[in-house]
Design a protein around this ligand. Structure first.
Ligand SMILES: CC(C)(COP(=O)(O)OP(=O)(O)OC[C@H]1O[C@@H](n2cnc3c(N)ncnc32)[C@H](O)[C@@H]1OP(=O)(O)O)[C@@H](O)C(=O)NCCC(=O)NCCS
Length: 190
């Protein structure tokens, strides 16, 4: 399993979810854009947010599936999103990133900065060899995040995903250690 970890970038602090995140997680995961693209419970309830913050996110690390981070503003400490790894293949050293950004924090490069920060940790500290990202073919914002974070577009996985019962094509992106560049600053691309 991944070690419990706190990560920093220029504007962000990435840490484990806790009970103090429940209200902001409820607001973020009930939001229509988050609901549009992620297969979350609908409606997303207080019980769902409580389970995620106190149990589910932690269980994903304990099981070896991945690790989930609450993305917070380093100054205000407020939750601004989620970034995490899932479907980790420990033999191949491949893991898949996923994220959402809270409605009050969108359009400021938070998703790119959080993804780059996690990628640096995974591909350098953790010595993984590949980070994958899958975005629905119509989710233009998420594909823009992938490109701005330095991922390479590899192709379309036809009919590979589902969002609330509807089948969707997924676009597959990857990031390798050699794609990170020589900078040690995860936000150097901005
Ligand atoms: C996708 C998402 C995480 C992006 O978060 P964000 O922090 O606002 O993204 P960023 O600010 O880093 O923006 C990245 C780029 O995408 C662009 N973008 C945003 N919405 C866009 C859209 N609808 N179409 C095209 N580009 C878009 C932004 O303009 C930005 O480019 P810029 O820096 O040149 O302006 C956010 O919209 C979200 O939470 N969506 C719902 C959940 C989701 O889709 N998760 C991903 C599932 S694969």
């Amino acid at each position: 399993m991944f070690p419990e970890t706190v990560l920093h970038s220029r504007r962000l602090l990435l840490r484990a979810f806790d009970a103090g995140d429940i209200t902001d997680t409820l607001a973020s995961c009930s939001d229509s854009l988050t609901q549009r693209w992620l297969p979350l419970p609908r409606p997303y309830t207080l019980d769902d947010a409580t389970a995620w913050c106190t149990t589910t996110a932690h269980a994903m690390r304990d099981s070896g599936d991945g690790i989930q981070f609450a993305v917070t503003d380093a100054d205000s400490k407020r939750l601004v999103g989620q970034v995490g790894l899932k479907k980790t293949d420990w033999r191949a050293l491949v893991s898949e990133v996923g994220y959402w950004v809270s409605p009050w924090a969108r359009g400021r490069g938070i998703a790119v900065e959080a993804t780059r920060t996690l990628a640096h940790w995974l591909l350098t500290d953790q010595r993984f060899q590949r980070m994958e990202l899958r975005a629905a073919a119509e989710n233009a914002a998420s594909q823009e995040v992938a490109i701005k974070a330095g991922f390479h577009r590899e192709g379309t996985l036809r009919n590979a995903g589902f969002v609330h019962g509807a089948r969707v094509d997924l676009v597959l992106f990857s990031l390798l250690p050699g794609d990170l560049g020589s900078s040690t600053d995860p936000t150097e691309h901005r």
